[in-house]
Design a binder for this molecule. Structure first.
Ligand code: ATP
Length: 365
């Protein structure tokens, strides 16, 4: 039997609700497959913990994340919990956790499921691409630094390194090799998204990208400026397969991606490093919905499926990969049937009803 230790961080706001729904789905799917066991241990971290203790990520919790086989995290942060300088606790905690786990590539699938309404007029060719965001450097390398000159000038520095760029670009090509290509015609392609016509840092990012692409001749490599990419994501998203980009651009483009496929409630995310990985939905803690049992748990459930897929690939555990597909297929069926949709998707279902519907579909598959 393969046993995986999972550090579970339910977090703040809607975090505990969507985590509870996700644990129910995970327990169910894994319970049916004796060769795999998940030892999930819950830890408290985030804004509520900061409010009580003055620390958002206690050292013992960080150590538990480092010791685990994977980290499953919901959402962190509350607008009314602030540090003495007025900022929220979420950015510092997440940047600290990402740096400690050294998770260099953030993977954000952008997939339009049948049954979900799309704000774009034309979607016949389908939408199914992935934004791979460099997760440790770029503009975020300045986090905790930056400069302020008197009351007049503020600066943050963009940092692009060969090592950081190579890791995320290599990851993007490996991912493209595992996928079925772009929605339009199945062509495998990695698109570098940058601003290489203006900034030296992005020209270097693009140079390293094309150097690495030479090791992957079976996959088409191209580069697009980020402003043009924002247009193409709305006009012809089916022409893309895997996008790879700098940290801040990836942050923005993945939210745009979520917007064209049903919103944040359907946007999962995986943050992958050489040794560690962290899985969490792209959305925040949505305090307006907290405690109402109305949040959409599917972004979190799909993130847990990405976790099983990663554990399976890393440990050559086919059962784990199969369980990931089972969850994804069950989510797809629930969305397609349209009966059990939460309010963000135009329905009236509760968080727990969606979890039950996913479990029901797993039993049918
Ligand atoms: P953060 O800065 O922490 O990422 P944010 O300010 O971008 O957070 P979110 O908390 O992600 O904001 O949510 C923005 C809005 O999107 C929420 O107020 C809520 O209406 C909606 N939303 C986010 N996640 C969900 C979800 N899982 N289900 C339903 N609606 C959601």
């Amino acid at each position: 039997m393969n046993i995986y230790r999972i550090a579970v961080l339910p977090g703040d706001g809607i975090g505990p609700e969507v985590m509870k729904a996700t644990r129910q789905v995970l327990d169910h799917v894994v319970g049916k497959s004796p060769p795999v066991r998940l030892d999930c241990i819950e830890y408290q971290a985030g804004a509520e913990v900061y409010r009580k203790t003055g620390e958002a990520l206690p050292q013992a919790v960080l150590q538990a994340c480092l010791d685990a086989d994977a980290v499953l995290l919901s959402a962190i942060g509350l607008p009314d919990v602030r540090k003495p300088d007025g900022t929220e606790v979420q950015p510092e905690m997440m940047v600290g956790l990402r740096r400690a786990l050294n998770v260099h590539s953030a993977v954000r699938p952008v997939k339009l499921f049948p049954g979900v309404s799309c704000p774009l007029k034309e979607t016949r060719q389908g939408i199914d691409f992935v934004v791979v965001r460099e997760n440790l450097e770029g503009l975020f390398a300045s986090f905790g630094g930056g400069g302020l000159v008197g009351n007049e000038v503020a600066t943050d520095t963009m940092v692009i390194t060969r090592q950081g760029t190579s890791k995320v670009v290599e990851y993007a090509f490996r991912l493209a090799a595992r996928r079925n290509g772009r929605a339009a015609d199945g062509k495998r392609k990695v698109t570098c998204v940058d601003k290489a016509n203006v900034f030296r840092s992005f020209a270097f990012f693009r140079k390293v990208f094309f150097e690495i692409s030479e090791h992957h001749p079976e996959i088409t490599a191209e580069a697009v400026y980020v402003d043009a990419m924002s247009l193409y994501m709305v006009q012809n998203p089916w022409d893309f397969d895997v996008l790879v980009t700098e940290n801040q651009f990836g942050d923005i483009l993945s939210d745009l991606g979520a917007g064209i496929v049903g919103g944040l409630g359907l946007a999962p995310s995986a943050e992958i490093g050489d040794r560690h990985a962290l899985f969490q939905p792209s959305h925040g803690t949505a305090p307006d919905l907290a405690g109402k049992n109305l949040a959409n748990p599917l972004a979190m459930i799909l993130s847990a499926a990405m976790m099983l897929d990663w554990l399976g690939e890393r440990n050559q555990d086919k059962t784990c990969i199969h369980l990931a597909r089972q969850i994804e297929n069950a989510v797809e069926k629930v969305l397609h049937e349209k009966k059990i949709h939460t309010p963000d998707l135009g329905g009236t279902a509760t968080t727990s009803e969606v979890a039950e519907a996913v479990i029901g579909q797993i039993d049918k598959i």
